[in-house]
Design a protein around this ligand. Structure first.
Ligand code: NAD
Ligand code: TYD
Length: 359
């Protein structure tokens, strides 16, 4: 019999990629998503007539609904992707992040644990709760610091990172206190198709295509470690399959780049595939006021998942970025739909007060 998985946040950027891969593997997917501004059923359009993808519009913090889903579908695993995920939004509205990422996860854990405790021993042993988290819980690195390991102490700096750290601690605590077989993954920055254009890569790409300024925060020297979303989802599947309960696994692309390098690379690709009438897209690069508390560098040491579980990323950044740009160019309708009135309000709120600054 194929697996049944209950996924929260499966209409978002990473969750939808996982859902599509899970269906290709033949798993039955129960997809619980609240459809916030970041959730988009168009991400799952290819599963429209797929009876083994059961979409449920709801909140992971709705205990009664989650209890019913668990009893009814008897999943072999619960994967928690649902979150508020954007650092800039967390700076402007931290409580929303506590509500979803902390309280939502706490409620989910409690309901899952009570149901899990009622299962027969064999089903109990086989069950897994996998929590998808971020490298941002570890705080920030200097240029020559070693990359984050699973043992690096948590030092979150943004309200987003703090809320994810709190949820990670709850997951660990449910393992220690109740014996829930949990798995935790901490991944670096993802890129790829269907990422909501509030995040660096799609935002710069769409601004460039519109001929608008490319708003680089601060000096643009901050460094992120980029991983293709499909590689992240394959790593999660591998952890679910063979990871040791109670353990956390760092996932990263060994692909550190400064923001300015990433933006320049986007511009170069666009100059190649969609040249402007005159000049380069790089002429649009504009340095703007920095993000408060902006972490300088993230880098992941992923030797544990490589050695224990044999996972390796398949995409390299250069070709992955090129393919991602091609996806956005070929899916203009998707982009138009997500750039609704609410998106325009966000752009105004986050960028209007960031006056142009010299790097
Ligand atoms: P996203 O913002 O694109 O999607 C989040 C999804 O969760 C949306 O579909 C939204 O509707 C849903 N959601 C929000 N609150 C919910 C609730 N209360 N109940 C049910 N559904 C709810 O986020 P993403 O980029 O796909 O990130 C997914 C997960 O991966 C998050 O937990 C995030 O912290 C983590 N992560 C993201 C990155 C990254 O680079 N994007 C890197 C590492 C880890
Ligand atoms: P982001 O995609 O928001 O991811 P995170 O903050 O989780 O790493 O941002 C990636 C980097 O890009 C981060 O250092 C902030 C920077 N950035 C800009 O310079 N300009 C922008 O408009 C955005 C959204 C991000």
């Amino acid at each position: 019999m194929h697996k049944t998985v209950l996924i929260t946040g499966g209409a978002g950027f990473i969750g939808s990629c996982y859902v599509l891969q899970a269906r290709q593997r033949g798993e039955r997917v129960i997809n619980l998503d609240k459809l916030t501004y970041a959730g988009n059923l168009e991400n799952l359009a290819t599963l429209h007539d797929d009876a083994a993808h059961i979409f449920v519009h709801g909140d992971m913090g709705n205990a009664e609904l989650v209890r019913w889903l668990l009893r009814h579908y008897q999943p072999d695993a619960v994967l928690n992707f649902a979150a508020e995920s954007h650092v800039d939004r967390s700076i402007l509205d931290p409580e929303a992040f506590v509500r979803t990422n902390v309280l939502g996860t706490a409620s989910l854990l409690r309901v899952v644990t009570t149901w899990w405790q009622s299962l027969p021993p064999l089903q109990q042993q086989a069950f897994r709760f996998l929590h998808v988290s971020t490298d941002e819980v570890f705080g920030t690195l200097r240029e020559d610091d070693p990359a984050f390991q699973e043992t690096t102490p948590y030092r979150p700096n943004s309200p987003y990172a703090a809320s994810k750290a709190a949820s990670d601690h709850l997951v660990r605590a449910f393992h220690e206190t109740y014996g829930l077989p949990v798995l935790l993954t901490n991944c670096s920055n993802n890129y790829g198709p269907r990422q909501f254009p509030e995040k660096l890569i799609p935002l710069m790409l769409l601004h460039a295509l519109d001929g608008r300024p490319l708003p680089v925060y601060g000096t643009g020297r901050n460094i992120r470690d980029w991983l293709h979303v499909e590689d992240h989802c394959l790593a999660i599947a591998r952890v679910l399959e063979a990871g040791r309960p109670g353990q956390s696994y760092n996932i990263g692309g060994r692909s550190e780049r400064s923001n300015l390098d990433v933006v320049r690379q986007i511009c170069q690709i666009l100059d190649d595939v969609r040249p402007r009438r005159s000049g380069s897209y790089a002429d649009l690069i504009t340095f703007v006021a920095d993000r408060p508390g902006h972490d300088f560098r993230y880098a992941i040491d992923c030797s544990k998942i490589e050695a224990e579980l044999g996972w390796r990323p398949r995409h390299d950044f250069a070709s992955g970025l090129r393919e991602t740009i091609a996806w956005y160019l070929n899916n203009a309708e998707w982009t138009e739909h997500v750039r609704s009135g609410a998106y325009r309000e966000w752009m105004q709120r986050n960028y209007a007060s960031r006056t142009e600054a010299k790097a």
